[in-house]
Design a protein around this ligand. Structure first.
Ligand code: NAD
Ligand code: UGA
Length: 441
């Protein structure tokens, strides 16, 4: 049993705190957002993450997990403090470190005994050294501490399983002993461990996200070529994925990558490269292709509506940036909705869990209670998040409800042939000539 303080109760902080508690440690989770902490104390989750609520309840009841806004309380008995605050994009795409700075400063001011400070936020290479400097300068009197980088690789929607069954855990520090102590916290998981220096650890995180984003942009570029040449990108990806050197993951063409991480992290890495005098050509192309993929879907929708969306009702299935999350940060669905609304369209949408968040972000979208209500009287139906519940809709009913039986499958969840047999004008992503399907002759 270790005493651990977790700073920041967002997606990463909540999962880290709860999973470490479940492994038998005593955790105090600290957040500056009073409303969030108040809700957590009442058992109300600030985010939607499958399995989280039950796990929080179990560990709160077992008195292994506490929530507070007080750093003093959080640090009182702590041997480790995990920084899990946001690192959003700043003006030029660089990571904005204001939350990390504030957390480091407050830790320095409130710590009363030696401490290992673990950075889980995704931060530019060099931030570990900078964090140590901030702590050193802000301590009222010198107390021993070490800084360890321990990047997080979980995915939203499967975060608990990812924490409990990681492909690897990475630890970086100038203080090897401290890195090993943090690594021991993960011993019960039996995962592969990489212990390295702090800058390499920070770079492993950016390089991993950028590589996955590159695979997505690669297959999206292939999808556009498939549309011109009459091939089906889903079959192309399947045929590629069996090659062990390539593998099947992250080869789904679609609306492009979104979320709070890939877009900002690729941008931040490109920015790091630029300000250090190199030219990140591939990273720039990855971002450009991703922007184009969203625009391309918007253009496809417009073309199918006789080149004008003005006054048309566009039905959207899915608003979250991916299934099994309520996160709408940089969601392709919202970018496409904004573009179409600027061109005069009316958007009617449904998402199983993200609608509350959309109400604040884009109040002009009409939100309805199920996929059939979306289709009712719409001029076109567009799938933008591949939620399971969209995969087996009563498509005969959907077709009857639509004004025109036009279906844009932005995540390739339906079989083109089946949809055409049902009488839909079907367009997927990268599925045959101009998205019209592979010729059977
Ligand atoms: P988030 O925005 O969901 O949560 C951050 C939390 O930190 C918020 O609750 C905020 O109130 C709190 N906070 C801000 N400043 C604070 C301070 N000074 N003291 C205490 N609390 C403070 O962010 P997130 O999605 O959990 O991401 C956190 C970091 O982890 C980012 O760097 C992100 O890139 C990285 N990351 C995220 C994921 C993911 O799936 N979301 C996965 C891997 C890594
Ligand atoms: C991603 C990484 O997968 C995690 O390892 C990492 O920890 C996290 O970013 C982070 O640093 O925050 P996440 O953003 O939760 O996790 O979701 P992913 O499943 O990776 O999907 C990201 C985006 O790519 C989504 O918009 C998804 O729709 C899109 N995507 C994914 C595709 O378009 N095609 C694919 O084949 C896979």
């Amino acid at each position: 049993m270790k005493n651990i303080c977790v700073i920041g109760s967002g997606y990463v902080g909540m999962v880290t705190a709860t999973c470490f508690a479940d492994l038998g440690n005593k955790i105090v989770a600290v957040d500056v957002d009073e409303g969030k902490i108040e809700k957590l104390k009442q058992g109300v989750m600030p985010i939607y993450e499958p399995g989280l609520e039950e796990l929080v309840e179990r560990n709160v009841n077992a008195k292994r997990l506490y929530f507070t806004t007080s750093y003093e309380e959080g640090l009182q008995d702590a041997d480790f403090v995990f920084i899990c605050v946001g690192t959003p994009s700043a003006v030029d795409g660089e990571a904005d470190l204001k939350y990390v700075r504030a957390a480091a400063q407050t830790i320095a001011e409130k710590m009363t005994k030696p401490l290992i400070v673990v950075n889980k936020s995704t931060v530019p290479v060099g931030t570990g050294d900078w964090t140590a400097e901030i702590i050193r300068n802000a301590q009222p009197e010198p107390i021993d501490f070490a800084v360890v980088s321990c990047p997080e690789f979980l995915r939203e929607g499967s975060a608990i399983a990812d924490f409990m069954n990681p492909d690897r855990n990475v630890f970086g520090s100038t203080n090897r002993e401290a890195a090993e102590e943090v690594a021991h916290l993960y011993d019960p998981l039996g995962a592969v461990t990489v212990i390295t220096d702090i800058r390499t650890s920070e770079m492993i995180k950016y390089a991993s996200n950028a590589f996955l984003a590159t695979r997505i942009s690669f297959i999206n570029e292939i999808s556009i070529i498939c549309e011109r040449l009459g091939a089906d990108v889903t079959e192309v990806a399947r045929g590629m994925g069996y090659d062990k050197r390539i593998g099947p993951h992250f080869l789904n063409a679609g609306a492009g990558f979104g979320g709070s991480c890939f877009p900002k992290d690729v941008k931040a890495l490109a920015n790091m490269a630029l300000i250090h005098g190199t030219h990140p050509q591939l990273l720039n192309a990855v971002m450009e292709i991703n922007d184009f993929q969203r625009k391309h879907l918007g253009m496809k929708i417009r073309q199918l509506l006789d080149d004008s969306v003005d006054g048309k009702v566009i039905g959207m299935l899915g608003l979250a940036f991916k299934p099994n999350t309520d996160d709408i940060r940089d969601s392709p669905a919202l970018t496409i909705a904004r573009t179409l609304m600027n061109q005069g369209a009316k958007i009617r949408a449904y998402d199983p869990v993200a609608m509350e968040n959309v109400k604040d972000e884009l109040p002009t979208i009409e939100l309805v209670e199920n996929p059939y209500a979306v289709a009712d009287g719409a001029d076109i139906l567009v799938v933008l998040t591949e939620w399971n519940e969209f995969k087996q809709l009563d498509m005969k009913r959907v077709k009857k409800l639509l004004n025109e039986p036009i279906l844009v499958d932005g995540r390739n969840i339906y079989k083109p042939q089946t949809m055409r047999e049902l009488g839909f004008v079907y367009r997927g992503v990268g599925r045959g000539f101009n998205g019209e399907g592979v010729r059977s002759d």
